[in-house]
Design a binder for this molecule. Sequence first.
Ligand SMILES: NC(=O)C1=CN([C@@H]2O[C@H](COP(=O)(O)OP(=O)(O)OC[C@H]3O[C@@H](n4cnc5c(N)ncnc54)[C@H](O)[C@@H]3O)[C@@H](O)[C@H]2O)C=CC1
Ligand SMILES: O=C(O)C(=O)COP(=O)(O)O
Length: 613
Amino acid sequence: MALAPPLCHLLAAPPPSTSAAADAAHDHAGALAPHRRASPLRRRGRLFLACRVPAAAPSARGVAAEAAAGRPTVLVTEKLGDAGLELLRRFANVDCAYELTAEELRAKVSLVDALVVRSATRVTREVFEAARGRLRVVGRAGVGIDNVDLQAATEAGCLVVNAPTANTVAAAEHAIALLAAMARNVAQADASLKAGKWQRNKYVGVSLVGKTLAIMGFGKVGSEVARRAKGLGMDIISHDPYAPVDRARAIGVDLVSFDEAISTADFISLHMPLTPSTAKLFDDETFANMKKGVRIINVARGGVVDEDALLRALDNGTVSQAALDVFTEEPPPKDSKLVHHEHVTVTPHLGASTSEAQEGVALEIAEAVLGALKGELAATAVNAPMVPAEVLSELSPYVVLAEKLGRLVVQLVAGGSGIKGVKIGYSSSRDPDDLDTRVLRAMVTKGIIEPISSAFVNIVNADYVAKQRGLRISEERILLDGSPEIPIDSIQVHLANVESKFAGALSDEGDIRVEGEVKDGKPHLTLVGPFSVDVSLEGNLILCRQVDQPGIIGKVGSILGKMNVNVNFMSVGRTAPGKQAIMAIGVDEEPEKEALKLIGDIPSVEEFVFIKL
Ligand SMILES: NC(=O)C1=CN([C@@H]2O[C@H](COP(=O)(O)OP(=O)(O)OC[C@H]3O[C@@H](n4cnc5c(N)ncnc54)[C@H](O)[C@@H]3O)[C@@H](O)[C@H]2O)C=CC1
Ligand SMILES: O=C(O)C(=O)COP(=O)(O)O
């Protein structure tokens, strides 16, 4: 899927790390690619979020073009299916470095554009800091992203994508395998027989048919477990505060309260994510409220269970058996009492480990990472809005306009007057519900912040960076009577309560105000303060306010001509003949100071400003 050219402007990557330390480290990087100061993907300042990539080949086509000139580098820190690795290798330099220490990971991460992990790699704030702005994407080849510091990723403007669907069935099948193995003591009986014993009476199990299974977390895995357990003749209830009742009912599952689920179930299977609100959700109090002799399966995350409390519940008989695939600390300590408990069946986080799931997950993440590096929106983005491809493609010229208006308006602010409130207006004939402006808001933010700071802004971190800088950004829709086919007629950007270095840009309310439109696919400036103009927003711009009279255009034009500055566009807007007028002049080159001074010296010119777009 080739990226529409204007979208290349959407989400600029930060400037490449060119520090001597980074270069030196790179020289010693072994498997890593020879250092390029900026891979083409980064040099062009591409956006890195786009839509779902439908298939491997299309997703990578655009990357292929990039690859001809230079390739991004991807670090893979855990075993990934071959198909995914092959796909990555077609378009990127791939460094597979498993079992890195935290220190080794920090050392490598500043040398790569993307990082692919599974559940064992802890992608902490320190990792993002060590990346020094180069890392653009973290791909989690699986579902749970509790090992990635999402807040730190967002602050760093680093996209996090996961592969949320390809291992669902594997995890559900593993939960069923553990359920049945636990109920029939398969693991214990196997170990006993291999130790030379024949203990038929000791390993009498319990039947599943007719028993109540409570599924805690009715998401992708939980619902697949429910389907399978129904086939085993179990009665299924589920607790999930966010699951749609209809979806549960459709497969014959009742959604019940937490207390009802834990107090009535014979078996409890955990399928919720580890979040601050689910951490140690299963503690002493929860176990005390369970039906005596309950059996528990955990294929979700060890951290949702207070493992000491579980041990106590096993010892006092509240919980008669547990089957655990996941642990708070992985691997668990060798002398873990839980792991060695005779009523506990354990596996080393194997839920997603089938060859089918691993191939699927690897392909899913390789496509998402390559697509993101190439500048597409990721349908599986975890820390960024998901904007469908068709919406993005339609909005792409407005994306450029939004950033240019941001860049323009901030350069009209007088030095020293802090910007606080930004109002963005969208004039459109479209129903506001059919107009997704998140990308445009991010681009106005980028345009305003980047020229005045060292921050780089993209769709991942725009709202965060704005908030950090105390910038209040509000949006307003102006509904027009027109054809909804054109998404936006014009975009206005207002800065309130600031002084302007160009008084002509002040609206009647005293705000700095600019407005632009897309014409023939190109961004145009159409309003400055109260003055209508029409100048293409490309290259550089000179805004000049003067008393409307003949000859000024010629004078300014000849000064620029003498200084070899090519004028690509010129437009004059005035309030009334003979009154104030604004001249907007698009210039290819930045005029020398002398030329600007000569323009300022023209007697009827009252003020002027030079703007880099
Ligand atoms: N052991 C393994 O190898 C694997 C583990 N997993 C883990 O399984 C879990 C579920 O994965 P998916 O089903 O794909 O995720 P999902 O996002 O589709 O489902 C999670 C469900 O949990 C629900 N939930 C959130 N908070 C809850 C709470 N306090 N109480 C009850 N429900 C709550 C959500 O509403 C959602 O429906 C995750 O923790 C994931 O990391 C997934 C795949 C493999
Ligand atoms: O996808 C998940 O959430 C898993 O827990 C699977 O983890 P893994 O990729 O096997 O380390």
